[in-house]
Design a binder for this molecule. Structure first.
Ligand code: ATP
Ligand code: MG
Length: 718
């Protein structure tokens, strides 16, 4: 049992042994919150003798849950049931599989992922004759999620309360709900809503679960939503043992409803609760830690924490500026090779993080080129994506007339050439011993093949077979995509991510062409690209570099971390910049902080010049890079004064920074454009808002720091 307390500092020890009541840990990245939570779990099992099926332990991602199960297994042995170490969604699935029949759904309901959601939307769009010009899937999915952020829609499905509507997006939503219901399919938002609905409407079921769960622990609490926390709080009401840990500086899901206030105001909600602060960082070198602290201090809405570490100083943080994204990828690959030969590390010690998925393209290309094994976590390798394979299949068919490419695109987009048609082509190809494409081309007059769609398809391919020499590859891609209908197919499809990826592919071809070497032709390009697409990815070794988004990396740690695409418009994202909301930029800064604090021994930030599609300007380094004083990192690559100047000029026009300043103090009398005079009675730096008592309406209202319609009545300070 003693080993459960080993290697813990005083605060961690307190967290582990304070098992009863409401307890909160607030501490910065790498301070051992998750370690304490894991050890505490083991302590409850081993020292208190509680069965693992009576302890609920919620973390944020599946990966984190897996990681925690692994760690706990080491501590408590392998025979215990660890399925209650899970995510919110995982827990809801458990509850619903046991009790959903109480609300007239079958226990074998289906769970939909985002791809399933899009499949349903595709059906709805087809039925209603909609295209992405009306709404993109992203917009609809966001709308669905928004509607599902309340429980109102449940009355529509579970209680058949139907009202008429003229609103198109609402109609799409309802059709989506009907299709879901018909298949007893629940999407991610439903899992939580159904569980809450079940508990609230079935007190006996709630009581059963409350009594079952003697201890509840929550990791990454800063990213819990109101509803998620409501579920936890509800469950804790019987035994009243709830342990929450988190770091408000790592809130990265505010856009999806995260409420860091839950953690910050925990002591107000539970006055009898205990708070434990940890401030020693065990993960990172002082260089990395101070960089993280230095960046996050620029956020106005936060409570300052003082972190220190006793770890050895380690190497400098490095910033690399590349002339283009090809060079950026290559530099990263070479640095990884250097680490492997000089630092005695393995591939799996290295992680590459990025803000946006499409950034992985240039990195993946260089890793493959340099023979560095890698896996993409929580995503699909760039060249495995459907849309990329479709585009390349057209090019391949033009060059090689191969069957794989033919089958892939003969009916993409749809030309009315279905299964029966293809069977006929295959039969003739067999008889004449030729490829499918040749069989079709040579037999267009054949009774079963003579279709309008088929004739046009062959004409298209033949045309570009002849004309391909006249084109540079990037123009060829564009022409073929437009003429084949692929462009409008992807444009009308609501899933605009696919168009972004295709743009990224075109972007990479243009880059190839603008490099000094001789222009490439289609054959050369396809040979080059075959390297990336025909790879046998299932090699046995688990020793690979890990590629993932910053969001996915939450709670994890790696000895060597590269943050790639540290570019304005990527991190911070174009959306955050365009919104012109200071709070959105602060969330992006927290993302940067999360990325930095994943690193143990070395941290690199890289970015490159080029064209920025999402902003429609040249690419410049991230504004966050300019926030870091020079003495926190060393610079490599050639970042010219011109670029720095242009980048700073662009930033100057951005006023979000000024918006978020706290302008008033407690006691100030202010004038509100509608409610007239009021008195500031409290300021909340975590939420970025004032509590103002308005005299005329006799009410106190929360007003955000960003609100412009508020001025100080001079001479009013106390
Ligand atoms: P994050 O906020 O990123 O989730 P965290 O606070 O959960 O970080 P952990 O992942 O628990 O931090 O710990 C960070 C690292 O420090 C881990 O490798 C952990 O094993 C190590 N560590 C934590 N506490 C101690 C300790 N008392 N002695 C030695 N190492 C420790
Ligand atoms: Mg953690």
């Amino acid at each position: 049992m003693e080993n459960l307390k080993e290697n813990l500092n005083d605060q961690q020890l307190e967290a582990v042994t304070e098992t009863e009541g409401y307890v909160r840990v607030i501490a910065g990245a790498g301070s051992g919150k998750t370690k304490a939570l894991t050890q505490r779990y083991a302590y409850i099992v081993d020292a208190l003798g509680i069965n693992t099926s009576n302890i609920l332990c919620v973390t944020f991602t599946n990966k984190a849950a897996q990681e925690m199960r692994k760690r706990v297994k080491k501590l408590v042995g392998t025979n215990s049931d660890l399925s209650y170490i899970t995510t919110y969604h995982g827990f809801c699935v458990r509850v619903l599989r046991e009790d959903i029949n109480k609300i007239a759904y079958p226990k074998n309901f289906i769970i939909m992922d985002v791809e399933d959601q899009k499949t349903v939307l595709r059906q709805v769009y087809a039925e209603r004759g909609l295209t992405s010009k009306v709404f993109t899937f992203k917009q609809v999915l966001r709308y669905i999620s928004k509607q599902k952020s309340t429980q109102e829609y449940l009355r529509y499905i579970l209680e058949s309360k139907k009202q008429e509507t003229d609103n198109e997006i609402e109609k799409i939503f309802r059709r989506y709900l009907e299709k879901q219901q018909r298949n007893f399919a629940l999407d991610f938002d439903d899992l939580l809503n159904f569980t809450l609905y079940l508990f609230i409407n079935n007190p006996d079921v709630l009581e059963k679960w409350q009594k079952r769960l003697h201890y509840i622990q929550v990791d990454e609490t800063q990213d819990s939503s109101q509803k998620q926390f409501m579920l936890i709080e509800l469950l804790s009401q019987y035994h009243k043992n709830l342990f929450v840990v988190g770091d408000p500086d790592q809130t990265i899901y505010e856009w999806r409803g995260a409420k860091p206030e839950i953690l910050v105001d925990f002591d107000k909600q539970f006055p009898e609760s205990k708070t434990i602060i940890m401030n020693q960082n065990y993960r990172s070198t002082p260089n990395i830690l101070s960089l993280g602290n230095h960046i996050i201090k620029n956020n106005k809405i936060r409570v300052d924490k003082d972190m220190f570490t006793e770890n050895p100083k380690g190497v400098d943080v490095v910033h690399f500026h590349a002339q283009n994204d090809y060079e950026e990828g290559l530099w990263v690959a070479n640095e990884i090779k250097r680490l492997l030969s000089e630092e005695n590390c393995t591939y799996s010690d290295v992680a590459i993080l990025y803000r946006a998925n499409h950034i992985s393209r240039s990195i993946e290309q260089s890793l493959i080129r340099e023979n560095i094994p890698y896996s993409v976590f929580g995503g699909i390798r760039f060249f495995e994506r459907k849309e990329i394979k479709d585009v390349l299949a057209y090019l391949r068919l033009i060059q090689f007339e191969d069957d794989f490419s033919f089958l892939r695109i003969v009916n993409t987009p749809s030309r009315g050439l279905g299964k029966k048609f293809l069977e006929s082509v295959a039969k003739i190809a067999d008889q004449q011993n030729t490829s499918l494409y040749t069989a079709l081309k040579d037999n267009l007059k054949h009774r079963e093949l003579s279709r309008k769609g088929a004739i046009e398809f062959v004409q298209l391919i033949e045309k570009y077979k002849k004309e391909k020499i006249d084109f540079i590859v990037s123009d060829l891609v564009k022409a073929v995509m437009d003429e084949s209908g692929l462009t409008s197919y992807y444009r009308t499809d609501g899933d605009t991510d696919r168009l972004d990826n295709i743009k990224e592919l075109q972007n990479s071809i243009i880059l190839l062409e603008t490099q000094d070497e001789a222009p490439i032709d289609l054959m050369e390009y396809l040979q080059e690209i075959a390297l990336y697409t025909d790879m046998d990815i299932e090699d046995d070794s688990n020793d690979r570099i890990k590629l993932m988004t910053i969001h996915t990396s939450k709670g994890l740690e790696f000895p060597f971390v590269f943050l790639c695409g540290f570019t304005e418009g990527i991190l911070p994202s174009a959306m955050a910049i365009k919104e012109r909301r200071a709070k959105a930029i602060e969330e992006e800064r927290r993302l940067t902080y999360v990325a930095i604090t994943r690193a143990e021994k070395a941290f690199y930030m890289t970015e490159s010049e080029g064209y920025n599609f999402s902003l429609g300007t040249s690419k410049y380094p991230s504004r966050f890079l300019f926030e870091i004083s020079d003495n926190y990192y060393v610079s490599k690559g050639e970042l010219s004064q011109e670029i720095i100047k242009a980048a700073k000029a662009q930033l100057k026009s951005d006023t979000t920074q000024q918006l978020i300043q706290k302008k008033f103090e407690v006691g100030d009398i202010v004038h509100h454009q509608i409610w007239k005079e009021g008195k500031v009675i409290a300021v909340n730096d975590v939420k970025g808002e004032y509590q103002i008592e308005f005299l005329e309406i006799g009410k106190t209202k929360p007003i955000t720091y960003e609100f412009k319609g508020l001025t100080k009545v001079e001479g009013s300070s106390e």
